[in-house]
Design a protein around this ligand. Structure first.
Ligand code: CMC
Length: 393
């Protein structure tokens, strides 16, 4: 590339100014709108954090109630949406269903496409945040061939999701408070993480003027990959494989380090954190607490802890500053909640929705907004001329 310096993977390219999330990757610090994640985990809830991220400040009691009412008002999908679910094959990955159905849901609100009509951003945001949960639960029910269970207005955000996932049409599942709290915590911890791959995707799509639902659908696709939100699924699959093979993790680490198989220790490493991911620290602590409260054990948690201990003492991981990230322990919690492994990235997507909405808003409301359009260095052939098909060798 001669004198041109590229920044492959945008490791050091600033794409925007943002007032939403602060990360200090060297020190392992994460704050939403300036508030440390640890304080939010102790004192707040996912819905309040969603308000904080989207509106830019903590709500008053009345504002929180109004926001919560807007979520309830918007929780039902249009009845015709049921027919869209029918179109997917039984083994479709729920992330594919989620992305397609978010885009489909947007079609029921034509005002999204008409900037001349008052767009009522706050109602659209509440609609998306509420409906992503309904779509996710319906995607799961569809994949199991189970009838849909409708949301109930009396349930709060995380409880309603568990209800739609696990209730029988004629009998509500027992919602254990510790399970509801654990899911709310996972949503909260995933709520934003500045310019990660999916959020940058949302911002990129938003910069072209596409509507909020289309941007969120694109975000789901970006999140799906195993290097991003799909890592939580990949971690559990890795731990299960180690468990099945009878390895205590050491053989697997050697395989990763040898690099022959191209395998990575999933749930480890991060573009920004060169220290322990604060979210992983919180989730790890809650794994032990939740399993104890639910009276459960999980052999995969022991394997994960052993892997972590071995990796953190190993030169390969120490040199490269590879620590557990948010995905390393989150799957253990989701397993304890009986959430199937292919739904793990979906849980991430529901949690990340407030962040995507906040970033969408930041892009569309920016007075200096321009379409995102990076440049490239062309390395293809120099000028050549068209050869008619019968003269080609
Ligand atoms: N296992 C083994 N080696 C690793 C790992 C890993 N998990 N992560 C990075 N490395 C090595 C990598 O091979 C490279 O070594 P070298 O410099 O000798 O070539 C060095 O560490 C730097 O890695 P990189 O790929 O240049 O780092 P990146 O910033 O481009 O990638 C990452 C970050 C998260 C994609 C990567 O660490 C990874 O693939 N981790 C496993 C997947 C994962 O857990 N993803 C979830 C990320 S956190 C939540 C989210 O964003 O969704």
């Amino acid at each position: 590339t001669g004198y041109i310096t590229l920044d492959e993977g945008y490791a050091n390219t600033g794409s925007c100014c943002s007032a939403i999330t602060f990360i200090d990757g060297e020190k392992g610090i994460l704050r939403y709108r300036g508030i440390p994640i640890e304080e939010l985990v102790e004192q707040s809830s996912f819905v309040e954090v969603a308000y904080l991220l989207i509106m830019g400040k903590l709500p008053t009691r009345a504002e929180l109630q109004a926001f919560s009412n807007a979520l309830t008002r918007n929780q039902m999908l249009h009845e015709d949406m049921k027919f869209h679910f029918e179109g997917f094959p039984p083994h479709a990955h729920p992330m594919a269903i989620l992305s397609a159905m978010i885009n489909a849901a947007g079609c029921y609100y034509p005002e999204l496409l008409r900037p001349e009509v008052p767009n009522h951003f706050e109602e659209q945001a509440a609609r998306l945040l509420s409906q992503v949960r309904t779509i996710a639960a319906f995607a799961y029910r569809k994949s199991r061939g189970l009838p849909f269970v409708y949301p109930k207005p009396q349930y709060k955000y995380a409880a309603n999701f568990l209800h739609m996932m696990f209730s029988h049409p004629t009998e509500d599942v027992e919602l254990k408070p510790e399970a509801v709290r654990a899911l709310d915590l996972l949503f909260l911890l995933h709520a934003d993480h500045e310019q990660n791959c999916s959020t940058s995707t949302v911002r990129m799509v938003a910069s072209s003027g596409a509507n909020l639902f289309a941007c969120a659908a694109a975000g789901v696709c970006a999140l799906w990959g195993p290097l991003h939100g799909g890592a939580n699924q990949a971690v559990i699959e890795m731990l299960e494989e180690i468990h099945r093979s009878g390895d205590d993790g050491r053989k697997f680490l050697e395989e990763v380090k040898s690099r022959k198989s191209g395998r990575r220790l999933m749930g480890f490493g991060h573009r920004v954190y060169k220290n322990y991911d604060p979210r992983a620290r919180i989730i790890k602590r809650h794994c032990d607490e939740l399993l104890a409260r639910l009276n459960r054990t999980d052999p995969l948690l022991d394997i994960a802890k052993r892997l972590e201990e071995a990796a953190l003492q190993d030169e390969y991981f120490v040199e490269r500053k590879l620590y557990p990230n948010v995905d390393f322990y989150s799957g253990i919690i989701m397993r304890a909640l009986d959430i199937p492994v292919n739904m793990f990235p979906v849980i991430f997507a529901i949690g990340r929705m407030p962040g995507w909405i906040a970033h969408y808003r930041e892009v569309v409301e920016s007075p200096t907004r321009r379409i995102y359009r990076p440049r490239q260095v062309y390395v293809g052939p120099p000028l050549q001329h068209y050869v008619p098909i019968d003269q080609r060798g």
